[in-house]
Design a protein around this ligand. Sequence first.
Ligand code: FE2
Ligand code: FE2
Length: 186
Amino acid sequence: MSFDLDQRTGWPEELLGLLKQFPRETWRVHTSPVAQFWLDRHDAFRREAETLEAMTNEYRAERVATREFAVKSAPRLQNMLGHLHGHHQIEDFHYFPHFRTAEPRLERGFETLEKDHRTLHEGIEQVVETFNALAAALGEQPGADLDAQRRAGERYVEASLLLYRRLARHLDDEEDLIIPLMLHRG
Ligand SMILES: [Fe+2]
Ligand SMILES: [Fe+2]
């Protein structure tokens, strides 16, 4: 199996011990305040990404103009990317060091999650860059080149959909590794 974020379909057997003891369907029953807070945070990211993706699909179906799409996406995007950055920092500098000391057998998993964060951050940079290029294309007036705007819109769409897909995988795998560990340690 691959540990790569774009190839991964979950964790290998050797990292699944605690998840078998605390399967997903029991998380709401055995929950702790920290685990619950973290799951809620992840669910908020999922909802934000789903909303942005739904807006993207409307744009792709040509039910929304490029300008309207950009104007409506901007605040949501900025909000989500800002929160995501802060969330990863807390994980990288607080949660992960603490948990990897507590459970060295999961080291490969933490290493993978940290690598995911780097990949996600490259993705965030791509999204910001392509969004700024889109805003610049929209700002060129008068005689706006609608094709150039559309192309810039497509580049942004491509970068953002890749980010949402990777984020969904990362959140699931991170939870599968860490929530059982939190519950196991009380
Ligand atoms: Fe993470
Ligand atoms: Fe997370």
